[in-house]
Design a binder for this molecule. Structure first.
Ligand code: AMP
Ligand code: MG
Length: 362
């Protein structure tokens, strides 16, 4: 009996030591960190574990392949082939483009066209990143709005074909492809045995697991009024995705007005819904990416009305007058760090998974 007791004490001590050792090793473990430029944006990886370096290298190769298939600007991409054939016959596309087009169509439907996969002609005309962008005349905008109809995209998954009904129409995956790519990279990490990592593709962040010591990741929420890397606060999350759409990302100023790269496809003008940024948290980055674009277009009230019907989806909306509207499900997971008097936080009720209509305010 005494022998058993002594043995069990020794065993306990050994287990405690092993746990402490593992925790210490986890704390000390350094991530493999990389910065690359792919898909027209900065890609940052933070990957832990023995296969981190290989996984991060393979991730960049995978992203380059995705860019080649999905880019709006690369003439050889699947999307450009589809756009060139608008008004013509069906085009056979790769499985990735077909799948993403089909799901983009669904996001266009559920957001009632606030996210609109057919926004291409408007994006091209506004060309906010051009050397000398200009404000198009209203008649031209009106005709481009008519072209931006997602009902004119048909996708046949079985035959792997797609078609744009009218000449001049263009699909643009710019509001969803980076999020999708982030999901693809998390799957790649998992397949390589990585258990703890962050991929950030131009503000579309995928989180694999938690930090090696088990604590959640802290993800900064960009201050829309300050230089990149200045945060108003942070979200503490694990195994989740965060995407931010911000008017500060790409824009030009004309006649004292700021015109951003996110277009309201219903008016044809850059979105002007009272938001400086919309961050959406969702189980997949594809979803958070598409929805952050939609919420930015819809504004806080209608935007939160859209996302609160979706399980596991939350949002942080920063209004142009400095209010940070945080959905109720993020209580305890959002920390404001901005100096007092700059931003003010408001939590909004989640009214259940079947909720419809604008969010009620506390
Ligand atoms: P994001 O930064 O994810 O909000 O995506 C912005 C990009 O999506 C733009 O650069 C356009 O290529 C495209 N885009 C702009 N407006 C929309 C819209 N209303 N719906 C879908 N994609 C859009
Ligand atoms: Mg987006």
């Amino acid at each position: 009996m005494r022998g058993t007791k002594r043995l069990s004490r020794a065993a306990c001590a050994a287990i405690a030591l092993a746990v402490c050792g593992a925790l210490l090793a986890a704390c000390r473990e350094r991530p493999h960190e990389t910065v690359d430029f792919v898909m027209g944006t900065v890609v940052r990886q933070t990957v832990y574990g023995p296969s981190a370096e290989t996984a991060a290298r393979e991730a960049v190769e995978r992203l380059r392949a995705l860019e080649a298939a999905l880019s709006f600007h690369d003439a050889a991409s699947d999307i450009s082939r589809l756009n060139r054939s608008s008004g013509g016959p069906q085009v056979t596309l790769g499985p990735e483009a077909i799948g993403l087009l089909e799901r983009s169509l669904e996001f266009s439907r559920i957001s009632d066209g606030a996210f609109n996969i057919m926004v291409g002609p408007l994006v091209r005309r506004w060309k906010v990143t051009a050397d000398r962008p200009d404000v198009p005349p209203p008649a031209e905008i009106a005709s481009l709005v008519r072209l931006a109809s997602y009902r004119d995209l048909s996708v046949d998954r079985d035959r792997r074909t797609a078609r744009l009904a009218r000449r001049g129409q263009m699909a643009d995956l710019g509001g969803i492809a980076k999020g999708y790519a982030s999901d693809v990279i998390l799957a790649l990490y998992r397949a390589r045995g990585v258990r703890s990592a962050i991929i950030d593709i131009g503000g579309n962040i995928g989180l694999l697991g938690s930090r090696p010591d088990g604590r959640p990741w802290n993800i900064g929420v960009q201050d829309p009024g300050r230089e990149r890397g200045s945060y108003i606060g942070y979200l503490s999350l694990a195994d989740n995705s965060v995407s931010t759409s911000g008017g500060y990302e790409r824009f030009f100023v004309a006649g004292g007005r700021r015109y951003s790269h996110i277009i309201d496809p219903r008016t044809g003008y850059p979105a002007d819904s009272g938001l400086s940024s919309a961050s959406v948290i969702a189980p997949s980055a594809e979803e958070s990416d598409a929805l952050s674009t939609a919420v930015f277009v819809l504004g806080a009230s209608k935007g939160i009305g859209l996302i609160q019907r979706r399980p596991g989806v939350e949002a942080v909306c920063i209004t142009t007058d400095g209010t940070v509207i945080v959905t109720e499900g993020l209580r305890g997971r959002f920390t404001l760090t901005a100096p007092e008097g700059t931003y003010r936080v408001e939590y909004r009720y989640r009214v259940g998974p079947d909720a419809a209509g604008p969010a009620r305010q506390r």
